[in-house]
Design a protein around this ligand. Structure first.
Ligand SMILES: [Zn+2]
Length: 735
């Protein structure tokens, strides 16, 4: 007869002693790799990670995102799916270049001192050293990514994918070079997309400037027209004065000419519907080179584009006294000169939104510039269609080639953007990135051009690889609401364009983690919470459980550490229950046979029946919750089942069956002279109660594994079960 050797669990669960050991066990097993998983697994389940920037380190948003993804992957793996969670990082053009430039600055150098080639070498060195920190942090969280498939958006194969995509569009005639007014960061020296701009409210002025009329027209009481502006310095590039077509005040002046002060150039007075008659005097200056609305007006009226500010934020092509001045210096001088000439009517206070570069917070200028564009109308149509298809297919059994947004309300952000789309300015004037693959072009591509290909380029596209065939389209994308247009929309049309299939079936927009007071978490504001600190203090399981606990639909989360503390208590409860059970020396069980006899219900007490029924119910509910991305609800269900149904009721009852003192006795000190945990002679137990105890514990470990993988695995390794698997991670989910 087989002699069972019972392993004892230490009195207290210490995450630090367990987590690295268990993570190594998993990594050595190679079961993170779908092709190495045991058994017949036909149905794939794929998630590609939103690649964090190589400059990044884990914040609460990442921790939440990673917890959700790992819960789903582990759950599906237990269910017998061929699971792939593909990790990787993004080269993050401007962000990384900025970090390395800052490092250089400390040495008194700029990137121009090094030159392009040496600078890029330097960035690669930086990447080798710091670029994988965030991936190591994900391991600490327990992320079960297939690390044999780590991708980076600047890897050789990835570069090939980017070039292929570019040339595909180019040959289609969808990529063109054009002079456009673009957002420009004078510090980063690059164009920025609308999405790369943050607006900051600032107090400024509204200046009322008199523009003399070209001739003293009769019937006019004055000989000038007054325009109101917040940016007098741009007047040097004015091409017209405009009023609203319905504005009766200026009826007589429309079609006439004014003289641009300080420059002495004649400009027409025109009408355009974009002019708001309630702003200032109702007459505005039109500066096509430095304002988007004015640029639009200029296209309608065929006005010249007169550049007055250059790439460095200095005045250019202007009268000699202003030439080379910085924007704000020019503003001061212009106001002084206008005053001298008695052309300034009045000044008002005015609060307005100033565009700032999202990387360095420098004020963004609009300047005319030669850039590369990707035509968007066709691609936008495809992207709209894909999400409309996903909407009308709520029962998602069959593959519909549609994408569904969860929560649904984020569809609006997506549709609004696509329905008003402009061509995508894909060129950037930085050095770190994918060079545009055309001869003689020095620009690099917008970072999002390469990350738009992420779901299939990571699986080997443009090659026709096995991985691509097996794992594309992926199942679900987890991401932040801030990049629905920057990234999600672009992945959807890229997937349709190159693969003819959507890149994922579901897009889950996760909650935003706020401070307890409901404020934004930010490192620079000192309001951020470092998830690594939580792991250090409470363990990865407690951190994951506490995070999952707080995910209720798409609602923002006001993060409270108490939930992590609760997570730790729960891990301890689980540990103690398992410890108690192992001390009872349960017989070796075969989980399947326990399930079978539980179905026959032979010899079962009402308590036995009740706990087995509750277990079945919990399993079903958890499945349903996870199918609907209800992580918090699922966590609460298992918690309630385990703590209340199992520990409080069933284990307590079983103590009578096993002739043990109930815990409320020994928790108060127990009976004198007796070790309360020491098993006494069983009354009439044929091992059935112990078998059920062990069976319910094992099933609970499986249900809990996706949430708290380390502690559940550690306990599993010590349980006396027949046909024990190499690890809990590849066990079978309760039926
Ligand atoms: Zn900048």
């Amino acid at each position: 007869m087989l002699k069972l050797i019972y392993m004892k669990l230490p009195k207290v669960y210490e995450p630090k002693k367990v987590e690295d050991k268990i993570y190594n066990l998993w990594q050595k097993s190679s079961f993170f790799n779908p092709d190495k998983l045991p058994g017949k697994r036909k149905r794939p389940y794929t998630i590609v990670i939103p690649p964090p920037n190589i400059t990044g380190s884990l914040h609460m948003g990442h921790a939440l995102n990673a917890t959700c993804q790992d819960i789903l992957i582990r759950w599906r793996r237990l269910q017998g799916y061929k699971t792939l969670w593909l990790p990787g990082t993004d080269h993050a053009g401007i962000a990384t270049q900025n970090v390395v430039e800052k490092e250089l600055k400390k040495e008194g150098l700029s990137r121009f001192d090094l030159g392009r080639e040496r600078f890029i070498e330097r960035v690669w060195q930086w990447k080798e050293k710091y670029g994988n920190i965030i991936l190591e942090q994900l391991k600490k969280m327990g992320a079960s990514c297939d690390w044999s498939k780590v991708r980076f958006t600047m890897d050789k194969d990835y570069v090939k994918a980017v070039e292929t995509a570019f040339l595909h569009y180019y040959k289609k005639g969808w990529i063109y070079q054009g002079e456009r007014v673009v957002n420009w960061c004078p510090r980063c020296q690059t164009s920025l997309s609308d999405l790369e701009i943050e607006y900051k409210e600032e107090k400024g002025n509204l200046w009322y400037i008199k523009y003399p009329l070209a001739t003293n027209y009769k019937l006019q009481t004055t000989n000038y027209i007054v325009v109101a502006t917040t940016r007098p310095e741009t007047m040097l590039g004015d091409a017209a004065v405009a009023v609203n077509p319905g504005d009766k005040r200026y009826k007589n002046l429309v079609g006439k000419k004014a003289i641009l002060p300080l420059v002495n150039r004649e400009i027409p007075i025109i009408t355009d519907r974009l002019v708001d008659p309630k702003f200032g005097t109702g007459a505005v200056k039109v500066t096509p080179a430095h304002d988007l609305q004015d640029y639009e007006i200029s296209l309608r009226h065929k006005l010249p584009i007169i550049q007055a500010i250059d790439e460095r934020g200095k005045m250019v092509h202007v009268p000699i006294f202003y030439q080379g001045l910085r924007v704000l210096e020019a503003r001061e001088k212009i106001i002084a000169d206008l005053k001298n000439k008695n052309l300034l009517e009045k000044v008002e206070d005015y609060t307005h939104q100033i565009p700032k570069c999202y990387r360095c917070l420098t004020t963004v200028e609009l300047i005319p510039s030669k850039q590369w564009f990707l035509k968007m109308p066709e691609l936008a149509k495809t992207a709209i269609k894909a999400v409309e298809k996903g909407k009308i297919n709520p029962v998602r059994k069959k593959f519909s080639n549609g994408v569904k947004f969860i929560p649904k309300r984020f569809e609006k952000t997506y549709f609004d953007w696509l329905k008003n789309i402009k061509d995508w300015c894909i060129s950037r004037q930085i050095w770190w990135g994918h060079k545009i693959p055309l001869k003689g072009v020095e620009d690099v591509l917008d970072t999002w051009f390469s990350s738009a290909l992420w779901p299939f380029a990571t699986l080997g596209w443009p090659g026709k690889t096995r991985d691509l065939k097996n794992f594309y389209p992926t199942d679900v994308l987890f991401t932040d609401r801030g990049i629905i247009n920057l990234w999600v929309a672009r992945m959807i049309f890229s997937g349709m364009e190159f693969m003819k299939k959507v890149p994922f079936r579901d897009v889950y927009i996760h909650a935003t983690v706020l401070t307890r007071e409901g404020k934004r978490m930010s490192k620079s504001l000192g309001t951020g919470i470092d998830p690594m600190g939580l792991i250090e203090k409470y363990g990865a399981d407690a951190t994951r459980f506490g995070i999952a606990w707080q995910i209720m639909g798409g609602q923002d989360i006001r993060f409270v550490e108490d939930n992590i503390v609760m997570g730790r208590k729960f891990c301890n409860k689980l540990w103690n229950a398992a410890r108690f059970l192992l001390m009872q020396k349960p017989p070796l069980i075969n989980a399947d046979s326990v399930r079978r006899f539980s179905l026959i219900k032979k010899n079962l007490t009402p308590a036995d029946k009740k706990i087995l029924k509750a277990l079945d119910k919990t399993t079903k509910s958890v499945n349903k919750d996870l199918e609907n991305f209800q992580f918090g609800r699922a966590a609460r269900r298992i918690y309630d089942f385990f703590w209340h149904n199992f520990c409080d009721v069933y284990i307590e009852k079983s103590k009578t069956e096993l002739s043990l003192p109930s815990s409320h006795l020994w928790e108060r000190g127990g009976r004198r002279g007796r070790n309360p945990l020491h098993p006494m002679k069983a009354k009439v137990d044929d091992g059935k109660t112990k078998k059920i105890l062990l069976y319910v514990l094992l099933s609970s470990l499986k249900l809990l594994h996706p949430f708290i993988p380390f502690v559940t695995e550690e306990i599993y390794q010590k349980l006396p079960i027949k046909n024990k698997k190499h690890c809990l991670m590849i066990e079978e989910w309760p039926k």
